[in-house]
Design a binder for this molecule. Structure first.
Ligand code: PEP
Ligand code: MN
Length: 324
């Protein structure tokens, strides 16, 4: 557990409390603040958080805190820790002609990172499972022709070599706790987009990020994509509190995916704006030139013209948010 003080001055009251309760601590100064790293077992976290001098108490290892408090997450030259970024594209690669058309349109709109799945983890085994390796080849071709960077979900650590042209390896919601996959991806020198599991708490989400960090990969972008609740008007429930919680516990960037959260195209704009207002570092949005015939997730995919008007509003709001 980590106790972060408001500044770098020692606090007598807190020091006495730790001594009296025989809580061993290691001290360090990080980002100009005094940080105690303690073994969290049996500690009254709330009590410590209530000390006047304490800024926050984090339920993560000191290593992860040190790692992620000092580093920007950068994909090629795109800085996810400082700039607001939108990753967009269809749910799946369906064909070369489909992807190149969407990619060129997105590029004109200023998008730098294209998303599209090649191996699709579908709830039903009867649904389209993706084009597999052929999908990855199409992605490589589109990258070569447009210069867009690529974000694509990986399901199987044995296929890492096939993802050589992919710039951001996406770990999907269903695999957030696939520790074997996380450990293998941690050894790759590539940024990871880690999606929140649909039944996972924010703490579990951050602990999955720690698996990546502990095993050598600190370039992580978190992604909130909604969780299962009793609400059935939407596919999942977009939990925007995770954005604030992550900001409190960690300095990793977090983007929001309103598409998989809402599951319906008509809510994407309002949920995107809400995500920006909540402090998200970016968005991941599914778009399609013809959503009605998309092979997966058409109901939640935005048409290209609707996406333009969303981008316009998002860009104004994100600029405003960065000023206040
Ligand atoms: C996806 O991004 O296409 C996807 C399958 O998302 P999730 O893992 O959030 O369901
Ligand atoms: Mn999808």
């Amino acid at each position: 557990m980590i106790i972060v003080l408001k500044d770098k001055k020692e606090n007598k009251e807190l020091k006495d409390y730790l001594n009296i309760n025989k809580i061993k601590s290691e001290r360090s100064i990080l980002n100009g603040k005094l940080v105690y790293s303690v073994n969290g077992k049996g500690i009254d976290r709330e009590k410590i958080a209530n000390f006047e001098a304490v800024e926050k108490v984090l339920n993560i290892s000191s290593e992860a805190y040190k790692v992620n408090s000092n580093k920007d997450v950068i994909v090629n030259k795109i800085n996810f820790s400082k700039d607001f970024n939108v990753i967009a594209g269809p749910c799946s690669v369906e064909s070369y002609s489909q992807l190149i058309k969407i990619a060129k349109n997105l590029k004109e709109k200023g998008i730098k990172i294209l998303r599209a799945g090649a191996f699709k983890p579908r709830t039903s085994p009867y649904s389209f499972q993706g084009l597999g390796k052929e999908g990855l080849e199409i992605l490589s071709r589109v990258k070569k022709e447009t210069g867009l960077f690529l974000c694509c979900e990986i399901l199987d650590k044995n296929l890492i070599d096939d993802y050589k042209d992919i710039d951001i390896l996406q770990v999907g919601a269903r695999n957030m706790q696939n520790y074997d996959l996380l450990k293998a991806l941690a050894k790759q020198n590539k940024p990871i987009l880690l999606k929140r599991g649909m039944g996972s708490t924010v703490n579990e989400f951050l602990l999955s990020a720690e698996y990546l960090m502990q095993n050598g990969n600190k370039n992580i972008i978190l992604c909130e994509r909604g969780i299962k609740t009793f609400e059935n008007g939407t596919r999942n429930t977009l939990d925007l509190s995770s954005v604030s919680q992550v900001k409190h516990f960690s300095s990793l960037p977090i983007i929001v995916d309103p598409s998989h959260a809402a599951g319906r195209y008509d809510l994407i704009e309002s949920m995107s704006l809400a995500a920006v207002a909540a402090g998200a570092d970016g968005l991941l949005i599914e778009v399609h030139d013809k959503p009605s015939i998309a092979m997966s997730d058409g109901k939640q995919s935005l048409k290209l013209d609707k996406f333009s008007s969303l981008l316009d509003k998002v860009s104004k709001l994100s600029k405003f948010m960065r000023k206040i």
